[in-house]
Design a protein around this ligand. Structure first.
Ligand code: CDT
Length: 305
């Protein structure tokens, strides 16, 4: 039986702070309809896909912050997206700010989900590596307050059974960490879906600004190759509220090759037929973990620093 799934990387252009969820969902649905016409089984959208990237602003009023969070999924604004998934029979993955209550405590996560072809949420991931800072740092051209608005994720880098394969997620900064991919691979993940919001300008080391696109692909291609799995990296791109975000959303084969890539900084869909059995090309050979991996020689890899 073929284990090829047709994947669409659905890059989103900028989302203004004033844009409503309804406006964004309509854009996502337009991409989903295009993906269905191209025969896609799965469409992947960026991190925090429903709103502007709000951690770039320092806010002290929790009500103002909470306006960017979803308390139910699907909610009134996202229900049409789930309905379209069901109507078209195309699975999706997207990120959003999640506010939830667990054991009587309010929790806020930078979340990503996989919704299967029936419109059911089959996998949920809470971002593990939260970049940025917690306090206002006015010297920056823009803030990056993920550490203020979210708590660190409590979900492992693990896959769910979906579309006949093992699909997992990571979110933006996670993609820079080799551990993300290796942990996924050790748990059997065959395809990692990664949404991102990455500015060209990195206030802590502006001398690296020109390397942002290079580092984006470098990390994801290395992760794909060294672990023999598909990687789908999808950005929010373009000039969003005077913060320019990189694009180059892409699909990467288990060999580390980019097989499809967006060429604009706007809403754009790129697709590829992804054969999940191609993971074996790497996993049965150069990175055969059972044969060649030496975990007893890497004890510090999971030890706290
Ligand atoms: N969203 C996100 O994680 N962005 C970071 C920006 C750099 S850290 C301030 C990233 O790793 O792309």
């Amino acid at each position: 039986m073929s284990r090829t799934i047709v994947v669409g990387a659905a890059q989103l252009g900028p989302i203004a702070r004033a844009d409503s969820r309804e406006v964004v969902v309509a854009r996502m649905i337009a991409l989903l309809e295009k993906a269905a016409r191209r025969g896609c089984d799965l469409v992947v959208y960026p991190e925090l896909a429903l709103t502007t990237f709000f951690p770039r602003w320092f806010m002290e009023d929790q009500a103002e912050v909470d306006a960017f969070f979803e308390t139910e999924m699907p909610g009134p604004a996202t229900a049409p997206l789930f309905a379209k998934v069901k109507e078209l029979g195309v699975a999706i993955s997207f990120g959003y700010a999640e506010k939830t209550v667990i054991d009587g405590r309010v929790r806020r996560f930078n979340t990503s989900i996989i919704v299967d072809k029936t419109g059911a949420i089959v996998h949920r991931y809470h971002k593990v590596h939260l970049p940025g800072h917690t306090e206002n740092e006015p010297w920056r051209a823009f803030q990056h307050l993920e550490k203020r608005y979210f708590e660190p994720g409590d979900t492992f880098f693990a896959p769910a059974d979906c579309l006949g394969g093992k699909l997992g997620m990571a979110i933006c900064n996670d993609r820079r960490w080799p551990e993300t991919y290796r942990e996924h691979a050790l748990r059997g993940t065959e395809m990692v879906l990664i949404g991102y919001n990455t500015p060209y300008h990195y206030p802590l080391a502006p001398e690296h600004d020109h390397l942002q696109c290079f580092h984006n692909h470098l990390a994801m291609q290395a992760g794909a190759y060294a672990n023999g799995m598909w990687v789908v990296g999808v950005g929010k791109a373009g000039n969003e509220e005077n913060c320019v975000l990189i694009g180059q959303s892409c699909i990467i084969a288990p060999t580390g090759e980019i097989v499809a890539m967006a060429s604009t900084l706007g809403d754009e869909l790129v697709t590829h037929d992804c054969d999940l059995d191609r993971c074996t090309e790497i996993r049965a050979n150069i990175f055969n973990f059972q044969k060649h991996r030496r975990p007893e020689m890497y004890p510090l890899l999971s030890a706290p620093v």
